[in-house]
Ligand binder design. Structure first.
Ligand SMILES: C[S@@+](CC[C@H](N)C(=O)[O-])C[C@H]1O[C@@H](n2cnc3c(N)ncnc32)[C@H](O)[C@@H]1O
Length: 255
């Protein structure tokens, strides 16, 4: 595990048990917005013509407490949640139980982005997914490009990947390799300003449509790319202040 991933593990481990309640408003919004776009994400679900009677399995990587998994589990046959934080994986399993989905949903602690990936996650149970999702975590990955390439290898051909993340606001290059830092600030300083005590766990302000398209394309996710802004902002309180962030959902399929 790299130092950066270890910093994420430590940060999210210590907030795992309170995360769902602390971000309750945002979790509700994510669940509603995901549910609303189910047929936009994929046409294969246990209750659709294209998916009826088939095994349909999803990986939620960097799953945290599993809000996207809990929303979609009723329409899937199996959901694997993986998070670098052991305590988040425990929360995922606890929540699966609470919503009576424990027979379908299992959370594990692992870093699938490390080199090499842990051997125990090489088997068929952790490959050939119909769906892979990453929600509000791509900006926490050290290398979002190689992360998507590694995750895409675990998809079936034709399988869909969907990403929920932040829209970088005007003047901020999403991932720090581009233009427009302005005011003499470096990328790190801008991240510090925007993310405060979580800055050391963050690599990007978010991802524009063009950036997402390139990330997907470079991972072989070149079929039916779409990027939409969610109609409601992500609202939460940080250091006593209310913060609102614009969020997107993007999807594409493995060629
Ligand atoms: C902001 S939370 C999002 C949690 C959840 N997906 C959601 O939408 O509520 C970010 C999550 O990413 C996880 N994470 C960060 N870096 C990771 C990595 N390299 N591999 C796996 N999980 C990671 C953290 O432990 C944390 O649970």
């Amino acid at each position: 595990m790299t130092d950066f991933t270890e910093a994420n593990r430590r940060y999210f481990d210590q907030m795992a048990t309170t995360y769902k309640d602390q971000f309750a408003q945002g979790q509700k919004m994510l669940s509603e917005q995901t549910a609303k776009r189910r047929s936009w994400i994929s046409d294969r679900w246990t209750d659709t013509e294209a998916g009826k009677g088939q095994e349909i399995k999803m990986l939620e990587y960097a799953c945290g407490p599993g809000v996207v998994s809990m929303t979609l589990a009723p329409f899937l046959t199996q959901v694997v949640g993986i998070d670098v934080s052991e305590k988040m994986a425990e929360e995922f399993n606890k929540n699966a139980n609470t919503v009576n989905m424990a027979s379908k949903m299992t959370g594990y602690k692992a870093d699938l982005l490390s080199e090499p990936a842990p051997l125990e996650f090489a088997g068929s149970g952790f490959n050939n997914f119909d769906l892979i999702t990453v929600s509000l975590a791509l900006h926490h990955f050290e290398h979002p490009d190689t992360a998507l390439q590694k995750l895409a290898k675990r998809l079936k051909i034709g399988g869909a990947c969907f990403i929920i993340d932040l829209v970088p606001h005007a003047g901020h290059s999403g991932h720090g390799h581009g233009h427009g830092h302005g005011h003499g600030h470096g990328h790190e300083q801008m991240i510090q300003q925007e993310f405060g005590d979580a800055a050391h766990t963050v690599k990007a302000h978010g991802f524009s449509k063009d950036e997402m398209q390139k990330l997907f394309q470079d991972a072989g996710l070149s079929v039916n790319f779409e990027y939409e802004l969610l109609s409601e902002p992500l609202v939460f309180t940080k250091a006593g202040k209310t913060v609102e962030k614009t969020v997107f959902i993007a999807r594409a399929q493995l060629a």
